[in-house]
Design a protein around this ligand. Structure first.
Ligand SMILES: Cc1cc2nc3c(=O)[nH]c(=O)nc-3n(C[C@H](O)[C@H](O)[C@H](O)COP(=O)(O)OP(=O)(O)OC[C@H]3O[C@@H](n4cnc5c(N)ncnc54)[C@H](O)[C@@H]3O)c2cc1C
Ligand code: FES
Length: 272
């Protein structure tokens, strides 16, 4: 669906990372973890294309004034990387944005009897909070959050409040263990002896590593891709990713916006 959303709040939560809350229609409450929105970041033609963002959370906003009407909302967590996101960071409460969504296929929640291991870093954590909120209803959930520095580890307190056990690792050692978060993931998988499902979102290198770890141990793993998108609805084919059987002789592509953005990791082609 396409709708005009009003910004309820827009705040920097860590250097370069922002969290925005926007009004949403009632129907938006059915958004699934892992789905995304396409946002027109400006009323003018530059930037022309909408920008894709994961849905961090959905809920009901209760205004402070007595008598005011409760309003459904959704939240985005975004990193300022270029023109569109820099524009978003200049917006204030009551500003309006044109939104298309919820779009795409989200995460499969799986069965209750396996521990759920969530792996993310930076804005890769964006689609994982709503996922964690649903998974804790049925399973033990652990979060493995990684980044270059402590600034990339976002909203951990919110995950902890859900009852998620959180591990953090940073490359410079400024928060949690020094090194890659995949090392803690491997230790947990070894302790669980395979009874787990992995969900991951983050930089491609991290997803590649997680997909390999999962494949080596025959652990089910779902990844959410964050490539480039122009339309978000399957019309431009600008977002395709190589499927598992892809080669120059036999092209095999997945459309990230309509087949994904969440895929079983074994469905995609990864670097060796
Ligand atoms: C399904 C999906 C969900 C996403 N969810 C989020 C989210 O929740 N939060 C968030 O912050 N971002 C998310 N992204 C990425 C986000 O869409 C881009 O960062 C954004 O479009 C950049 O717009 P811009 O105009 O600021 O940057 P541009 O001016 O378009 O680009 C600035 C720089 O960033 C690089 N860049 C742009 N897009 C990407 C990308 N997708 N990956 C890597 N580098 C990129 C460009 O190469 C360029 O160097 C998501 C992307 C997808 C496809
Ligand atoms: S973004 Fe246009 S087809 Fe996916």
């Amino acid at each position: 669906m396409q709708f005009t959303a009003m910004i309820l709040s827009n705040a920097e939560v860590s250097p370069g990372y922002w969290r925005m809350r926007l009004t949403a229609p009632q129907e938006f409450a059915s958004a699934r973890p892992g789905q995304f929105v396409m946002v027109r970041v400006a009323g003018a033609i530059d930037p022309l294309l909408r920008r894709p963002f994961g849905i961090f959370d959905v809920g009901i906003h209760t205004p402070a004034q007595s008598g005011a009407v409760a309003q459904p909302y959704f939240e985005m967590l975004y990193r300022v990387v270029g023109k569109g996101t820099a524009l978003l960071a200049t917006l204030h409460e009551t500003d309006l944005l044109d939104i298309l969504g919820p779009l795409g296929k989200g995460f499969n929640l799986g069965t209750a009897d396996e521990e759920k291991l969530i792996v993310g870093g930076g804005v890769g954590l964006a689609p994982l909070y709503l996922l964690a909120r649903e998974l804790v209803q049925q399973s033990t959930v652990r979060l493995f959050a990684g980044g270059r520095t402590r600034d990339d580890i976002l909203c951990i307190t919110e995950f902890e409040r859900l009852g998620v056990e959180c591990y953090t690792a940073t490359e410079d050692g400024s928060l949690g263990e020094q090194g890659l978060v995949t090392e803690a993931l491997i230790r947990r998988l070894d302790a669980l002896k395979g009874r787990a499902t992995i969900y991951a979102c983050g930089p491609h290198g991290m997803l590649n590593a997680v997909a390999t770890i999962a494949a080596d141990r025959s652990i089910p793993c779902q990844v959410s891709l964050e490539g480039y998108m122009a339309c978000g609805v399957g019309a431009c084919l600008g977002c395709v990713a190589p499927g598992q059987g892809h080669s120059t002789e036999t092209p095999d592509f997945r459309c990230v916006c309509t087949d994904g953005p969440v895929f079983e990791s074994g469905e995609l082609k990864w670097r060796d």
